[in-house]
Design a protein around this ligand. Structure first.
Ligand code: TA6
Length: 292
């Protein structure tokens, strides 16, 4: 049985710092507030849907049309993609991006210091996953996957972060200049490194391979830079659907796409992870904002 907000409160509430709420359509979320930092994370998918450091605009984009309903993927925030990225390799009936983002995760602990940390777990067959979220001046996310089966397993994973931007046509992503990529809008064709920052002027859906650990989303119109520092994650995925595809997505719509860009931390395609029995792998991302 999923725990209600009241049950979670009696175990984990820190008054005024970590509060729990039942939402209109049957989901439960933790709402965090500490020293001017605010954040939200849903038990479903352990999905962060908001983070705002003191005095800053929201950094995480969540669609105003998102579906907050049991078993439905929430559009925006930081969905956890696991154990496959995109469509399942062989089973067209299996959910896109795996089952972790719509599964109900267990909350195992909450702690508050300068930042507020929440620890979640999920134990699908053959795996043991833990996910640590820390809301502070930085947003820190760490996903650990342990192979709990008796055979070697391979999987893909991503922290599918949606960032709030002034206008996707005015931002650039730096750090990917030397990386080759797979272009999903060109039938998965592979392209060599572009040698220049990535800017957005059409539908963009790319898997960059073997990427460096420091990237940035530069947003001069809002005079800010979103700095992304990752570890244990070789891939970076960049996505914006552009108006036509956005309009066809009921939970995004024709009016929301300009204000978002996905720059995702992951291990997908050639960078998928293979783990021996008992083996574990950790992937982290640290997100900060500065004046650019
Ligand atoms: O990460 C990019 C991507 O895989 C795109 O291909 C795109 O369609 C997007 O994720 C959103 O997927 P979703 O299943 O959440 O609609």
């Amino acid at each position: 049985m999923p725990m209600s907000a009241a049950e979670l409160s009696s175990k984990f509430r820190i008054a005024g710092v970590v509060e729990f709420a039942d939402t209109a359509h049957g989901l439960v979320k933790a709402v965090v507030s500490r020293g001017g930092v605010t954040g939200e994370v849903y038990l479903q998918g352990a999905q962060v849907t908001a983070w705002q450091p003191p005095g800053a605009r929201p950094v995480i984009f969540t669609s105003s049309r998102a579906n907050f309903a049991p078993g439905k993927a929430i559009r925006g925030g930081v969905p956890i993609v696991f154990p496959w990225f995109g469509p399942h390799p062989t089973d067209p009936a299996a959910p896109q991006h795996g089952f972790a983002r719509t599964a109900l995760w267990q909350l195992d602990g909450v702690e508050a210091g300068d930042s507020v940390g929440l620890e979640f777990s999920l134990s699908p067959e053959g795996f043991a996953l833990t996910y640590r979220v820390s809301f502070g001046a930085e947003l820190y996310l760490a996903l650990t996957v342990r192979n709990a089966s008796s055979a070697t397993v391979a999987f893909e994973e991503a922290l599918h972060s949606y960032f709030a931007v002034s206008d996707v046509e005015h931002v650039s992503v730096t750090g990917l200049e030397a990386c080759s990529f797979i272009d999903k809008t060109e039938g998965m064709r592979r392209f060599p490194a572009a040698g220049a920052p990535l800017s957005f002027s059409k539908e963009t859906d790319r898997v960059y391979l073997d990427t460096p650990d420091r990237l940035a989303v530069n947003d001069p119109s809002w005079t800010r830079r979103i700095a992304i520092e990752k570890s244990g994650a070789a891939s970076t995925i960049t996505w914006n659907p552009w108006p036509e595809k956005a309009a066809a997505m009921a939970d995004l719509g024709a009016d929301n796409w300009r204000g978002m860009v996905c720059v995702e931390t992951g291990n997908v395609a050639d960078n998928r992870i293979s783990l021996p029995p008992g083996g574990a792998h950790e992937m982290t991302t640290r997100i900060a904002v500065d004046a650019g």
